[in-house]
Design a protein around this ligand. Structure first.
Ligand SMILES: Cc1ncc(COP(=O)(O)O)c(C=O)c1O
Length: 355
């Protein structure tokens, strides 16, 4: 089965085999070597200086990393502006509500880009905002939100940017050097091609020094302190860490994030052009989309279930739209061990289904 959903991804044989390494106690030096390598390699994805940045690992899915970041980095006296244009932006506001973090959600239509002017207006009108949270790649629609413009607006006002990079880390440019990004949360099992169970926050050491978490298990500061001392507070998902390290070695050998970006861009364009030729339009223009996932309008005479089941019978798993968009669109991601020949076969199956 080929997974064209936005993670977990189709694994390479190399990463799959890495799961079969020796049983490992997480209190032994071999585990800490593995943890150290994972942390160093995560930072190296964007060539970050370890004196300035830390990669903090945790066991859990992408949401764990996002929750850990939000719960620790907005201080008690601070206030968070959540830029929402999809499900994952809404989730950050829900996390903030649950932890009673002072916040305001800046809602946008799910098909619209964040309006930087509105963000600036809110930051100007209420000087108590200390942080802005945004989703880099809003997987709800495939939209790539403009971190550069938001980052500049934040930097000029001394506001820190917290980024959900769960579905972009490793495949899209992230301007870590723009001065406003305090942290990016991400996961092993999307653009990095690992397995679910390992997630991480890449955080400025300066922000980490002031972190005060509201959660026990996902306490970013405690996790970082333990990991800096070659330790771990709890039992990590050792096998997910094996896979993450192997996936990161493979990632580096293949040319790092620029190569992955280029590979995804070719596959996404192949799928878009092929679907377009079959009368299925993309919801957003390529210039506004990530290379990771695209959303498409459902064909008039096929329901999502018919489309999904028809493709699944031929070995492809696609993904539905979320919330109110489920009636209108479906999504295709080309993350993972997916190649041009796979996309070609998908298009052939689609031709038959559309007859
Ligand atoms: C942008 C974004 N944020 C957060 C998540 C949540 O990740 P998880 O389901 O691994 O918790 C996802 C999942 O697709 C996502 O795409």
């Amino acid at each position: 089965m080929l997974l064209l959903n936005p993670g977990p991804v189709t694994l390479t044989e190399r990463v799959r085999r890495s799961l079969l390494q020796p049983d490992l106690c997480h209190r032994e030096s071999e585990f800490f070597d593995l943890q150290d390598e994972a942390r160093a390699r995560v930072l190296n994805v964007y060539r970050l200086d370890r004196a300035e940045w830390a990669a903090v690992l945790m066991t859990g899915s992408g949401t764990a990393a996002v929750e850990s970041m939000i719960a620790a980095l907005v201080p008690d006296g601070g206030k968070l502006l959540v830029v929402e244009n999809g499900v994952y932006g809404e989730r950050i506001a829900q996390i903030a509500s649950q932890y009673r973090i002072a916040h305001e959600a800046l809602n946008h239509d799910w098909l619209q880009a964040p309006d930087v002017k509105r963000v600036v207006a809110r930051l100007e009108a209420d000087r108590s905002f200390t942080h802005v949270a945004v989703i880099h790649h809003e997987t709800t629609t495939g939209r790539l939100n403009d971190l550069r413009a938001l980052g500049a607006a934040c930097r000029e006002r001394g506001v820190r940017l917290l980024v959900d990079g769960v579905s972009s880390f490793g495949a899209e440019a992230i301007g870590f050097d723009n001065g406003s990004i305090a942290a990016v949360a991400a996961t092993a099992n999307k653009c990095l091609h690992g397995v679910p169970g390992a997630a991480f926050v890449v955080v400025r050491r300066e922000a980490l020094a002031q972190a005060a978490s509201r959660t026990f298990y996902l306490d970013l500061g405690r996790l970082a302190r333990a990991q800096d001392q070659r330790n771990t507070p709890f039992t990590p998902s050792v096998h997910a860490y094996y896979a993450l390290v192997e996936a990161l070695r493979e990632f580096e050998e293949e040319g790092g994030w620029p190569a992955r970006h280029q590979r995804y861009a070719l596959l996404a364009e192949q799928a878009r052009a092929g679907l377009d030729a079959r009368g299925i339009g993309s919801v957003l223009p390529p210039s506004e989309s990530s290379v990771v996932l695209r959303s498409y309008r459902l064909p008039a005479h096929l329901s999502y279930t018919q489309l999904h089941d028809g493709l699944k019978a031929h070995g492809f798993v696609i993904y539905a739209g979320q919330g109110r968009l489920s009636a209108e669109l479906f999504r295709i991601s080309t993350m993972g061990d997916i190649h041009a020949a796979d996309v070609e076969r998908l298009l052939q199956v689609l031709t038959d289904l559309l007859r």
